[in-house]
Design a protein around this ligand. Sequence first.
Ligand SMILES: *Cc1c(COP(=O)(O)O)cnc(C)c1O
Length: 449
Amino acid sequence: MSANGALLARSLAHVWNPCTQMKQHEAWPMVPIARSEGAWLYDLDGRRYLDAISSWWVNLFGHCNPRINAQLVEQLGTLDHVMLAGFTHPPVVALSERLSALAPRATDAALSASAGPLGHASYASDGASATEIALKMAFHYWRNLGQPSKQRFIALAGSYHGETLGALSVTDLAVFRDAYAPLLRQPLIVPAPGPASAMPCCPGCTTEALAALEAELKRSAGTVAALIVEPLVQGASGMRMYHPDYLAGARRLCTGHGVLLIADEIMTGMGRTGTMFACEQAGIQPDFLCLSKGITGGYLPLSVVLTTDEVYAAFYDDSSARAFLHSHSYTGNPLACRAALATLDIFAQDGVIAANRARTAALTARARALADHPRVRNFRNLGMIWAFEADGGAPDFARRLFTAALAREVLLRPIGNTVYFMPPYVIDDAQCAHLVDATRDALDAVLQD
Ligand SMILES: *Cc1c(COP(=O)(O)O)cnc(C)c1O
């Protein structure tokens, strides 16, 4: 048996993989990975795969990045972990300061949040936990202000905010939600800006979606704690991109109706959409900014929720009933914070946001071969995300393309018939060329079957 095969058998015996019907692995082997370097993953038999989806949207500067490794090694010899309740430590302080300084600010007062910059950072370990924190804080904020009837949430159609029960409540994807529906609170779902057929969406779509949001805010007046959105790109529902005007309009409506705005930038943050945070492109400041995924460069689980002075002040009191008592054992883990600091160092030292503009242009130019493909629809790009729909694939198109791409040394993971690239920011010209050529070949092979 090959080294791959041996590990696979042991894995199937004892590992229950995420987001997987385990029986499918009878027909479709999973991929054992032994090591990684830069944009490449290597299996146990020496085959390699270009990580074109940044290992589920987390990696930014390549795998086993020497600069992140160096800071982590130093941190390992200094402080591994200490509880954050009643204690603090240099990495969590430095990270909170730097994120506060980087967080989006409103370009005019009408686009602002509850008062003050996003200067207060609360930590957890996964994206879904950040969503939980933002939902609980938003509800508790109104309760502390004597408005406990504000306890509902508005989410966009096709939203994804994670899969713990609270986060799943504001997730509008049947595939994740339906089995657990009896356990979930029902959010108010409003239309997402821009139909899947016209992306980025037209100004008319923005106006219509904002009108629907306004109608919902009026109908549910006095009962809504917050609106939660994925700014500019709804990732899990198929990289649906929409216009920044919607965010600006939603911000104004929320402020006008006394509703908080939660920006879930777990996927869109950390430069993914071409600016450090997607909210910047609309000039808005949300009341809560949720970050995770790329925040540690794809190294360690960490999430953070940033909020304003005004929200923080509503909890600051002699009474512990008014405090935010939420915690996780690993809240603010020093190793994860240090990986995040190393990641922010690379952003600053390498001028990553500006450098990515050239990278985006280069890959977009190469991808012409795909955009012009007769079976490709809706080719679109925002920052370091590219996506398109493939026409006429079989019902199991996603699995077939995944397999065909792996055979061509590329890791793709289509969502239905939506194919997307979300590569690490270190992808070079040769790798871009390989990515586009392999994707086109794989597409032709799969659509021919
Ligand atoms: C991935 C994701 C989450 C959930 O993060 P996990 O770390 O997987 O729990 C939440 N919101 C958005 C927008 C995401 O893309």
